[in-house]
Design a protein around this ligand. Structure first.
Ligand SMILES: Nc1nc2c(c(=O)[nH]1)N[C@H]1C(S)=C(S)[C@@H](COP(=O)(O)O)O[C@H]1N2
Ligand SMILES: [Mo]
Length: 228
C-alpha cells in the first residue's frame, strides 16, 4: 500500500472513531446557539454573540514573533501516538493539502469572515502518527513558547488546518508563518501560531491562556470566553 493510501485509511478510521463525539460538539449540535446573521456552513449564526466583523486582521502575540527559516523549520509530533514523527518543511508540504474558507473569531471580540486558507488537516497529521486509544486531547506548542490545549473531537474536525497560506499569500510571520493552526469552530487563541510541536495527551491540561483564566473549551456561540 502506498503512503497516501495508508494516510487515507488511517484518516477514515479516526473519523469513524471520533464521528459521534464530533457531531455532539457545541459548534455543531447546540440547539440554542447565540449570535446573529444567516447560519454558517456548520449551522451556527454567522456572527457569534458579542463579536463584531472586521476587515482588518489584527495581530496578537506574546511580544515575540519567531522567524524560523524553511531549512530550520521542524514540526514535532509526539505523546500518545503509535508513530511519533518529526517533519521537515518538504515532508510537511508533501502531505495532502487542503484549501478551505472559514471564519476567524478572536476572543477580543473581532471576527474576520471568509478567510481563505491552504494547509494540512490536523486529521491527516493524526492519521500519520496514529493516536493510541488512550489519546483524548492535544497540546499545540508554538516556537514562542505559547501553548494551547484542544480536545481531539475539536482538533480532528475537517476545518482544523495547519496553514501555510492565507488569502492566497504565504502566511505572514506576524500571523504565525511559516505554519499556524486554525480552529474555525473555536475562538482563535486555540490556534497556535508558529506551531512547533503537537503532543497527544491521555488527559486534558491547560495551555498558556487557559492557565490564565481563559475558558478551557472556547465555544464562540456560547460566549464561552473566560473560566469563572
Ligand atoms: N504561538 C502563538 N499562537 C497564538 C498566540 C500567541 O501569542 N502565540 N495568540 C493567540 C491569540 S490570543 C489569538 S486571538 C490568535 C491571533 O492570531 P492573529 O495574530 O493571526 O490574529 O492567535 C493565537 N495563537
Ligand atoms: Mo486572542
Amino acid at each position: 500500500m502506498d503512503k497516501l493510501d495508508k494516510i487515507v485509511e488511517a484518516r477514515m478510521k479516526l473519523k469513524a472513531r471520533f464521528e459521534e463525539k464530533i457531531r455532539r460538539t457545541p459548534s455543531l449540535a447546540d440547539q440554542n446557539p447565540q449570535g446573529t446573521g444567516p447560519v454558517n456552513r456548520h449551522g451556527m449564526p454567522q456572527l457569534p454573540v458579542g463579536q463584531f466583523k472586521t476587515e482588518k486582521w489584527p495581530v496578537l502575540d506574546l511580544g515575540y514573533k519567531p522567524d524560523v527559516s524553511k531549512e530550520r523549520w521542524r514540526l514535532y509530533i509526539d505523546g500518545e501516538v503509535e508513530q511519533p514523527l518529526v517533519l521537515k518543511w518538504d515532508d510537511f508540504m508533501a502531505l495532502p493539502q487542503t484549501e478551505d474558507t472559514s471564519d476567524f473569531h478572536c476572543v477580543t471580540t473581532w471576527s474576520k469572515m471568509d478567510m481563505n486558507w491552504v494547509g494540512v488537516r490536523m486529521l491527516d497529521i493524526a492519521a500519520l502518527v496514529r493516536p493510541t486509544d488512550a489519546a483524548t486531547h492535544v497540546m499545540f506548542y508554538g516556537y514562542d513558547t505559547y501553548s494551547t490545549n484542544v480536545s481531539l473531537e475539536e482538533a480532528l474536525k475537517p476545518d482544523v488546518l495547519l496553514v501555510h497560506t492565507a488569502q492566497g499569500e504565504p502566511l505572514p510571520t506576524e500571523h504565525g508563518g511559516l505554519v499556524r493552526v486554525i480552529t474555525p469552530q473555536l475562538y482563535a487563541w486555540k490556534g497556535a501560531k508558529w506551531v512547533k510541536k503537537i503532543t497527544f495527551m491521555n488527559a486534558d491540561k491547560p495551555g498558556f491562556w487557559e492557565e490564565r483564566g481563559y475558558s478551557n473549551t472556547a465555544y464562540p456561540w456560547q460566549n464561552d470566553r473566560y473560566s469563572d
